[in-house]
Design a binder for this molecule. Structure first.
Ligand code: 4AD
Ligand code: MG
Length: 481
């Protein structure tokens, strides 16, 4: 019932003499006769035909791009191509006018600089074809995430946003405090006394729900989180946000191989879901990308179209490669030998940068890659140590155009090994005693991973900058709206 008068449904309805009404925003008004109306339900517009002779001139003047209108009329067979029906308008009400000059500056797409400009125009950004297509796809992908996990027996867990622990041990956290910043209470050593703060301890916004997720997985068996995550890393790149959404499944008794199987199956499912349920928006985004690529030199254009790329993910196995094998490939590859990489790979143990990840995926294997068994030194403290004593059961899923889309691991379930590692890294045992306790009471092998939701949306929509796939991007210097 609620869906009845939305353009997505009207476009599939047969012509009829019965009067209907529809509300939306004007996308174009041509020849004082054809209004293209969009209501956000689909990328497609409904054509509304006005016999201008029968309408007040002053009213018609107010029908400008961006205005909100209420149209009455009946559906007739359309003469125009690309649409089966249109509305023969009997009455129009202008609900909200829009200044045509101001709109003109922003609603014109699809050039790259205008995407940046649009980030400053909160109200108009989502009225463009590009952003509405991206955000509808984002919404569908969110649903697919829940659908996948719910249908596979996972419990959705809400992990805390405010926490006292640094789950990644990387120190990239936003402090949460109600202390007077100008005049904070000090302890006997002259340091800020967080015992006097709201939570009587130092707290921050979460960088990951994993540690809390582990305790639930070790009782409920299978859990997943899907919520906002915060990182105070000063990375001004097209793949980093200070506030992003992460999906973190955690499964009791899964080892790393099963963890990789889960990640691959899950990603394939959500990508296929988008192919099946976002066809109109993806078609628009594919054409947008083709236009954008025309301005690039041939060598930089992608070999596959957006939909071919998405289909490829669903149809092909991800290549699983150990870190050690990957280092051998990278050490001997052309861009490394010719010193084309910014960070040259000289020895085992090097941390991989996005240029290396993308080389492996885009040039060497030409398919998504799962790298596993990384050096312990470059990975987080909670990953399970291998028998070689120097690598851990970590895995990263690397995607074309994106680089790392998933990071995960089999967790260190052995109390003694975990505590040794924490001591070596100077991680406060008291702060994580609850996490350590999990290893004392019915410990077992378990694994999980985190997928950056915006990186997934970026991949599916083909958008080049992560800021353009989240409604209100938070990045260094940007948080006002
Ligand atoms: O690799 P990360 O840091 O892993 C974790 O946080 C683990 N605790 C996950 C787990 O095992 N449960 O982050 C996971 C993913 C990355 O692969 C990336 O896709 C995304 O989160 N990510 C970001 N996305 C946008 N902006 C940022 N600043 C991101 N940092 C990480
Ligand atoms: Mg990572």
């Amino acid at each position: 019932m609620m869906q009845k008068n939305r353009i997505i449904n009207l476009l599939e309805t047969k012509p009829s003499p019965i009067e209907i009404s529809i509300k939306g925003w004007v996308r174009a008004f041509r020849s004082n006769r054809f209004i293209s109306l969009n209501d956000g339900s689909t990328i497609k517009n409904l054509q509304c035909v006005v016999d201008f002779e029968n309408f007040d001139e002053n009213l018609l003047k107010k029908i400008t791009v961006g205005a909100a209108i209420h149209v009455y009329g009946n559906l007739t067979e359309s003469q125009g191509k690309g649409q089966k029906v249109e509305i023969q308008v009997s009455k129009v009400e202008v609900l909200g006018e829009a200044d045509p000059e101001e709109v003109k500056l922003t609603i014109i797409s699809p050039k790259r600089h205008s995407l940046e400009k649009l980030r400053e125009e909160a109200h108009l950004r989502i009225r463009t074809n590009t952003f509405s297509a991206v955000m509808r796809t984002r919404s569908k992908l969110s649903f697919a995430v829940h659908k996948y996990f719910q249908e596979n027996g996972f419990n959705y867990m809400h992990t805390p946003i405010i926490t006292g622990s640094d789950a990644e041990g990387a120190g990239e956290m936003f402090r949460v405090s109600t202390l007077d910043q100008k005049n904070p209470p000090l302890d006997e050593n002259g340091n800020i006394d967080y015992k006097k703060d709201f939570f009587e301890m130092e707290t921050n916004l979460t960088v990951s729900g994993q540690l809390e997720g582990e305790t639930y997985a070790m009782a409920l068996g299978k859990i997943y989180t899907f919520g906002p995550t915060f990182r105070a890393e000063n990375s001004n790149t097209s793949r980093h946000l200070a506030e992003f959404w992460m999906i973190e499944p955690e499964v009791a008794f899964n080892d790393l191989d099963q963890n990789m199987d889960l990640a691959e199956d899950f990603i394939k499912y959500v990508v296929n879901y988008a192919i099946e349920n976002c066809a109109d928006d993806l078609e628009f985004l594919e054409n947008r990308l083709l236009q954008e690529e025309k301005s690039k030199p041939q060598a930089e254009r992608s070999e596959m179209s957006l939909t071919e790329k998405l289909a490829f993910i669903g149809e092909n196995n991800f290549k699983r490669v150990s870190y050690t094998e990957a280092i051998d490939i990278l050490k001997n590859c052309k861009p490394n030998k010719k010193k084309k990489f910014k960070y040259l790979i000289t020895e085992w143990g090097a941390d991989l940068q996005s240029e290396h990840e993308r080389f492996l995926v885009e040039k060497h294997f030409k398919c998504p890659v799962i790298l596993f068994d990384y050096p312990a030194d470059i990975k987080a403290f909670y990953m399970r140590l291998n028998d070689d004593g120097k690598t851990v059961r970590a895995m990263d899923v690397l995607f074309p155009g994106i680089g790392e889309i998933v990071g995960g691991a089999q967790r260190e379930e052995r109390y003694d090994v975990l505590i040794q590692k924490m001591r070596a890294l100077d991680i406060d045992e008291k702060e994580l005693d609850w996490y350590l306790d999990l290893r004392k009471f019915g410990t077992a092998v378990h694994s999980g991973f985190g997928l950056g939701f915006e990186r997934l949306v970026q991949f599916v929509t083909g958008m080049g900058n992560i800021r353009d796939v989240i409604p209100y991007p938070r990045t260094p210097g940007n948080a006002s709206f």
